[in-house]
Design a protein around this ligand. Structure first.
Ligand SMILES: Nc1nc2c(c(=O)[nH]1)N[C@H]1C(S)=C(S)[C@@H](COP(=O)(O)OP(=O)(O)OC[C@H]3O[C@@H](n4cnc5c(=O)[nH]c(N)nc54)[C@H](O)[C@@H]3O)O[C@H]1N2
Ligand SMILES: Nc1nc2c(c(=O)[nH]1)N[C@H]1C(S)=C(S)[C@@H](COP(=O)(O)OP(=O)(O)OC[C@H]3O[C@@H](n4cnc5c(=O)[nH]c(N)nc54)[C@H](O)[C@@H]3O)O[C@H]1N2
Ligand SMILES: [Mo]
Length: 790
């Protein structure tokens, strides 16, 4: 989230699209209902299915799954055509006025520079036109036909309300009402917030859906202010923490890119040269990166060995290390072993039949979990599995649950909150940190006398978290904050980090969380909120530097005064000559009106501006463009290009033919269950709330197919079959899409064959196809047929 949970109470309008916030993130409803009751805020819910969130909304609009870019693109067009954008904000704080290079072009669904063979664009063509000094040319009047603003306007002029509603299936009057209501937040005294989660991201265009939300928010001046923001409602309690701490393959801690085996990353200096931007805050990257290497290898990271840079595993640029990529490699027999840590891919992974087959190719599988999962027993419990033919050896490590261990978790609002242990772990189960600790210590013991240079990364791994079997979690927290290597003293924050080896730091964005004097700030629980905005500056610690609202410089105008007193967060104090206010400035506090950087609130960008035109960042183009999901019942009316052109399609995955599988299907969560189900299907009181696998079918489709509520049905497509009980509902209504009636059906993905209650795995139907940038699977839009079970 750019903002945070409590801040939702400050909004004037919440657009909840791609999330069922009130069921899956119930705390959102507490603050949004307060905004509604106290400030008369409006709530808009856009979802293919009427949810409990929709039931509390002022406006609910249905849409066809997979058409968010059309939906938001139409809103962008509405705002531009009717001059409803926040002009001062757009001109000064975004790249709207930048002139785009002549090499950028867009034609019939394609941007310039496409390489058909490799399904890749040459993104270098999408830059700015530069002056003699290499600075982008600008036209603050926004009239130049090649400025970002005009190109944006041209791009979305194709997204007129009629075409949009034909694609999304949303009734036109409802759509217009949403455009009007949300566009009303583009004024200084109003704020609109966007809440999204997996309904937005689990698509072949997931990243561009989020880009579309960002463009909309920037046009309305909704970033940086209380009650505004682009708010990603993160998944499990610590999903925010997992990406902060580099759990993804393409980043290490603090969102620093993982080095690759490319020549451009061959040495530490080459890596730094390539990855350090020429302007903006990330010019500090070398300090963060070298301090990270020092945290990894301590005294073995020295100036004469590139601070142990070569110990860090490098990604092969040709290998795809995402979830889908790894399971594809496993399926082809390229992987021998897998450690599955708190994950149950047989139920949660896409194309479950394929992923289970992939597990059969492993020599060994280690799984650390609280329960016996489907992933642990696939070789014996799955229907049709013959244990005699499956060689995979499975080792199970019993793990301790959250209440049985100590540590911090980061919420969606970037607040790192400490949790203390409540009870002792059961039986032989151990905290995950202790399991890792013992693994690390035993590996180090194994290789301690090795003379093989390949073993050095483990031999010299700096692991000073205690000598016993238990990991000292306090020491881990201290290392995350960072220390001076000579004295062992805690560094003040990331501004103290150095690139000469004199500091170490596990995660620069958390640096400042654990000061030398006082305690670990994640443990703070002070309840004062002087601003009344819900900032609670002394409750836990929010990265970076305890800032609660990111880009808060943009809450003030070009003279440093809040756009409106009601939306004041920080402001320029001409007497003290610094930025002051309710929140920690997300800006260098001493930059005043005399400095041109005064107008650069987006300090993480090299040019200090927010990007309406994402230049060379996104794989499929600088502006989000609507493409159909991989499996779709209709032709894309916006262009001849049906599928996002950069999406990787893995052979031999078969597309489900719309003639055989005509219904648009989606998957989602029920409040009553948790994820792959072990956490709730093993608890009697949860299990009985939703005891079996169901498929939701609208009344019209049910009557067409002669299916009654409670009948057993088969849902099927080219990848598999799922048996489920029909839940005939008003929540799904038929949509008219390009003159055709389209039915949508939906399933929870909480079921599997282990646990107190069991049921078919919805993911037998989902494809091994993912987003063009992140590879998140397209769980939210695919095709199926439904028939009554015999
Ligand atoms: N009770 C409970 N809470 C949870 C979880 C749980 O399992 N149980 N899981 C947690 C996790 S890990 C996560 S990631 C979050 C997920 O939070 P959400 O994203 O809210 O979860 P979903 O229910 O998967 O999907 C949200 C909505 O997206 C809609 N949708 C489907 N297709 C589309 C589309 O194309 N466009 C749009 N705009 N909407 C679409 C679905 O109908 C659904 O109502 O929830 C977290 N909270
Ligand atoms: N069709 C479809 N599939 C989806 C989604 C969807 O919307 N539709 N959503 C996707 C999303 S957003 C997510 S996040 C994934 C989730 O996929 P998974 O991560 O595979 O799902 P979980 O059930 O959360 O699995 C976590 C496991 O961790 C165990 N566990 C709980 N606490 C601990 C602990 O402290 N330590 C250890 N070691 N284990 C613990 C639980 O018992 C559980 O078995 O699923 C994805 N799959
Ligand atoms: Mo998630």
């Amino acid at each position: 989230m750019t903002n945070h949970w409590i801040d939702l109470k400050n909004t004037d309008c919440a657009l909840i699209i791609g999330s069922n916030a009130f069921e899956n993130h119930p705390i959102s409803s507490k603050w949004l209902m307060e905004a509604k009751e106290k400030r008369g805020a409006k709530i808009i819910s856009v979802d293919p299915r009427f949810t409990r969130t929709s039931s509390k909304a002022d406006i609910y609009a249905p849409m066809r799954s997979g058409t968010d870019i059309a939906f938001i693109g139409g809103m962008i067009n509405y705002i531009l055509q009717n001059n409803l954008y926040f002009k001062d904000y757009v001109v000064n704080y975004t790249n709207a006025s930048f002139i785009v290079a002549d090499t950028y072009d867009f034609n019939d669904g394609m941007f310039s520079g496409y390489d058909e063979k490799n399904r890749k664009y040459d993104k270098k063509l999408w830059g700015y036109k530069l002056d003699a000094e290499g600075k982008p040319l600008r036209d603050p009047s926004l009239q130049d036909p090649r400025c970002v603003f005009q190109l944006l306007k041209k791009h979305y002029s194709r997204y007129d309300i009629d075409t949009v509603c034909q694609v999304t299936g949303t009734p036109k009057e409802l759509y217009e009402e949403i455009c009007k209501t949300y566009a009303a937040t583009g004024v200084p005294d109003k704020a609109g917030t966007i809440l999204y989660a997996m309904g937005g991201t689990q698509h072949t265009v997931g990243s561009q859906n989020v880009r579309a939300y960002a463009i909309l928010q920037l046009l309305l001046g909704n970033i940086g202010i209380p009650g505004g923001g682009v708010n990603a409602l993160r998944g499990e309690s610590n999903v925010q923490g997992s990406t902060d701490f580099g759990l993804l393959n393409n980043i290490i801690t603090g969102y620093i890119p993982t080095p690759t085996a490319d020549p451009e990353h061959a040495t530490l200096s080459a890596y730094i040269e390539k990855e350090t931007p020429k302007g903006g805050f990330l010019t500090n990257l070398p300090k963060f990166f070298v301090s990270y290497l020092k945290a990894m290898w301590g005294d073995a990271a020295r100036p004469d060995n590139e601070f142990a840079y070569q110990y860090l595993p490098k990604r092969d640029p040709k290998t795809n290390y995402t979830h889908i990529g790894l399971f594809e490699a496993m399926y082809k027999g390229k992987l021998k072993g897998l450690i599955c840590w708190g994950q149950n891919p047989v139920v949660g992974g896409p194309n479950s039949n394929k992923e289970r087959k992939a597990l059969e190719k492993l020599d060994w599988l280690v799984a650390a979990d609280l329960w016996l999962t489907e992933t642990m027993t696939f070789w014996t419990k799955e229907a049709g599995a013959n244990p005699a033919e499956i060689k995979t050896e499975v080792f199970v490590l019993p793990a301790a649950a959250s209440f049985e261990k100590e540590g911090s978790i980061a919420s969606s609002g970037r607040w790192s909150q400490w949790r203390w242990q409540a009870v002792e772990p059961l039986g032989e189960s151990r905290a995950d940190l202790d399991i890792i600790h013992q693994l690390a210590r035993r590996l180090k013991e194994t290789y301690k006398d090795s003379t093989n240079p390949a073993d050095e990364p483990i031999k010299y791994l700096y692991w000073n978290f205690g000598d016993g079997d238990e990991c000292d979690v306090d020491k881990v927290a201290r290392e995350i904050n960072g220390q001076e290597t000579a004295t062992g003293k805690q560094v003040k924050n990331f501004l103290s980090l150095m690139d000469d080896g004199s500091t170490l730091c596990g995660n620069w964005i958390y640096s400042g969380i654990y000061p030398e004097e006082g305690k670990n700030l994640a443990q703070l629980r002070e309840q004062d909120d002087p601003s009344g905005l819900g900032i609670y500056p002394r409750w836990s610690y929010a990265w970076p530097l305890n800032r609660r609202i990111l880009y808060n410089r943009a809450s003030a105008d070009t003279t440093g005064k809040p756009w409106h007193p009601d939306k004041a967060v920080i402001w320029w104090d001409a007497v003290q000559k610094k930025w002051v206010g309710h929140d920690v400035p997300d800006f260098k506090a001493v930059i005043g009106p005399d400095d041109p950087a005064f107008l650069n609130p987006f300090i993480m960008q090299d040019d200090g501006k927010a990007w309406l035109f994402a230049k060379d960042k996104m794989n499929e183009g600088p502006f989000p463009e609507h493409y159909e999901p991989w499996e779709s019942p209709v032709q894309n009316p916006f262009s001849k290009v049906q599928l996002n052109p950069v999406v990787k399609v893995w052979e031999p995955d078969k597309q489900s033919d719309p003639a055989k599988y005509p219904y648009v299907a989606t998957t989602y969560r029920f409040s009553e269950h948790w994820q792959a189900g072990q956490m709730t299907r093993n608890l009697e009181w949860q299990a009985e709330l939703v005891p079996e696998m169901v498929v939701e079918i609208g009344e019209a489709l049910a009557s067409e197919l002669k299916i009654k509520d409670g009948d057993m049905v088969i849902v099927e497509n080219s990848r598999g079959q799922v048996k489920a009980r029909a839940m005939v509902t008003k929540r799904f209504r038929p949509l008219t899409v390009m003159g055709k009636t389209i039915h949508q059906v939906g399933m929870p993905w909480h079921f599997g064959y282990q646990g107190l209650i069991t049921g078919d795995i919805a993911n037998k139907l989902t494809p091994h196809v993912g987003d063009g940038n992140t590879m998140i699977p397209e769980y939210k839009a695919f095709l199926v047929n439904i028939r009554r079970a015999e």
